[in-house]
Design a protein around this ligand. Structure first.
Ligand SMILES: [Zn+2]
Length: 270
């Protein structure tokens, strides 16, 4: 069952390029809404963050996962180690559980002011396209990596399950941020199963009520189950009310969480 996690993780870069180029071609051929005329600055900013995250913290995290896979193996007696499930069933279970973890983390980033400061960097993008999927502060990448490492160890998630989840999450994130138009019927079906771009587009709307909704990454199930699903018609608008948007420059973005500003009130309850 075990596989070397680092070669598995090295799939990420070719997969990232595949998703980026495929969805960029789709955006050019069939955009959902007209793209902003000058997007070079945004793209540079978002791809620079991708390089920093990919080359720095992510590598440290994967090294941690590698150590955890090898050295913590004797202690990984979580439910997935204890249950002797057939491989496909185990992988599906692990992906679903990790997707729930990421849903919970995402709600946490919106609800806890100190975490929101980091996650807000993602929401300051003035447009939404496939490059937005790379726009994360490395502080957020580190927190998410630590949480996944905890789940990996405590729940006994397999290295293969983690790699499958990471690959699925990467492509799902790129697709849900892409400025692409889908046939109405396809989109209607997706709303019931996996997060379509229209659902995540509402999450990037500056209206607070919409920003604090539609947190899912892969499955729409969690938003349905926990009452955070919103489905409404809105003209595409992106960013955070009262906050500067792109392009700001990578250095300013990295310092963004540490700048003085009026604190965001905690998540409203619905
Ligand atoms: Zn968010």
């Amino acid at each position: 069952m075990d596989m070397d996690i680092l070669p598995g993780q090295s799939l990420r870069f070719p997969l990232f390029l595949f998703g980026l180029l495929t969805l960029l071609s789709w955006e050019l051929a069939r955009p959902h809404h007209p793209a902003a005329p000058r997007r070079g600055g945004r793209w540079l900013e978002n791809l620079a963050l991708a390089a920093i995250n990919g080359g720095g913290i992510a590598l440290v995290c994967y090294a941690c996962f590698f150590v955890a896979a090898q050295d913590l193996a004797p202690w990984r007696y979580g439910p997935f180690e204890a249950l002797t499930l057939p491989l496909p069933l185990r992988l599906i279970g692990e992906v679903v559980v990790l997707d729930l973890l990421v849903y919970g983390l995402h709600r946490g980033y919106h609800a806890v002011p100190a975490l929101w400061r980091f996650h807000a960097v993602h929401h300051t993008d003035a447009e939404l396209d496939v490059s937005t999927a790379s726009r994360f502060h490395l502080g957020e990448v580190a927190v998410s990596g630590a949480a996944k490492l905890g789940a990996f160890t405590l729940l006994g998630i397999s290295p293969l399950g983690l790699v499958v989840f990471e690959c699925a999450m990467l492509l799902a994130a790129q697709a849900q941020h892409a400025n692409i138009s889908l046939p109405g019927r396809v989109e209607s079906v997706l709303w019931w199963v996996v997060v379509p771009p229209a659902m995540h587009r509402l999450h990037h709307h500056p209206e607070r009520d919409l920003t604090d909704s539609n947190y899912g990454t892969i499955l729409t199930l969690w938003d349905r189950l926990f009452g955070s699903l919103r489905r409404t018609d809105r003209a595409p608008r992106f960013g955070i009310e009262g906050e500067p948007t792109t392009p700001q420059g990578v250095v300013r973005l990295l310092g963004y969480p540490f700048r003085a500003r009026s604190p965001r009130s905690p998540e409203r309850t619905r």
